[in-house]
Design a protein around this ligand. Structure first.
Ligand code: FPP
Length: 233
């Protein structure tokens, strides 16, 4: 089985999971956290090096205030509670997205997590918080302009080097749960050639077996990068 180095996941369906149990939406997000733990363990076993998880988009601020504050609190608490163990396991934790709207408490935890684990080389857990793919491209353009880049010399590689995580390889596989077939402003530059796997499973129900199913489906596909593929005449 060919295992991708980098898997990116759009974790969808927490709200539906909670609704089907007549529970508040936040309980779905808490259950989603357990799914993250399972996926981390599965990634370790399967040899996936980098996991990028869409935890909060630039559009998610329009959700009810209680849900937004609850999610922000969950991010903060989780960083606090899990960081020591992640560090012990050699995981480098990154938080990707615009930081301007995040609370000072959360920012402190993010900075602490990143400075503690920044030297870890074994695996990367990349959490996308207040992230938008278009915002990332806008930020890359701003940074190019600020650097006084000559427009004629701007190449794809040059743009890529101004994205949020220029040192990470692009994800080879994107998984979306809860049956939606949209990219939703997620890593739109980086996933240009990624394989897309959609599962009906709601995120809180996502298991190691679902991860294996996605990787098996990916393994069976021939990646063409816009060409004809190997063996074509
Ligand atoms: C999408 O489901 C899920 C989110 C917007 C939040 C994801 C957050 C977590 C899984 C918790 C992560 C915690 C850390 C520390 C990273 P939805 O609410 O849009 O579901 P719905 O479409 O069924 O309503």
């Amino acid at each position: 089985m060919q295992v991708p180095r980098h898997i990116a996941i759009i974790m969808d369906g927490n709200g539906r999971w909670a609704r089907s149990r007549h529970r508040p939406r936040l309980e779905g997000h808490r259950a989603g956290l357990n799914a993250i733990r399972r996926v981390m363990t599965a990634s370790d076993e399967l040899g996936v090096e980098i996991l990028s998880l869409y935890a909060f988009s630039t559009e998610n601020w329009t959700r009810p205030r209680t849900e937004v504050t609850g999610l922000m609190r969950l991010f903060s608490q989780t960083l606090d509670r899990e960081i020591a163990e992640l560090h012990e396991k050699g995981v480098q934790v990154r938080i990707t997205g615009r930081r301007d709207k995040l609370s000072s408490t959360l920012l402190r935890k993010i900075e602490k997590a990143e400075s503690l684990t920044g030297g870890n080389q074994r695996r990367v857990l990349n959490l996308l918080i207040n992230y938008g793919g278009r915002a990332e491209i806008v930020d890359a353009i701003r940074s190019l302009v600020r650097a006084g880049q000559d427009p004629e010399t701007i190449s794809e590689a040059e743009v890529a080097s101004h994205l949020y995580n220029p040192d990470l390889p692009d994800p080879e596989l994107v998984i979306r749960t809860a049956g939606e077939q949209r990219i939703s402003n997620f890593l739109i530059w980086e996933t240009a050639y990624a394989e897309f796997h959609v599962t009906e499973r709601l995120w809180p129900d996502f298991e190691a077996a679902d991860m294996k199913e996605a990787i098996t489906a990916y393994s069976g596909r021939e990646r063409k990068f816009g060409g004809l593929g190997v063996g074509s005449t």
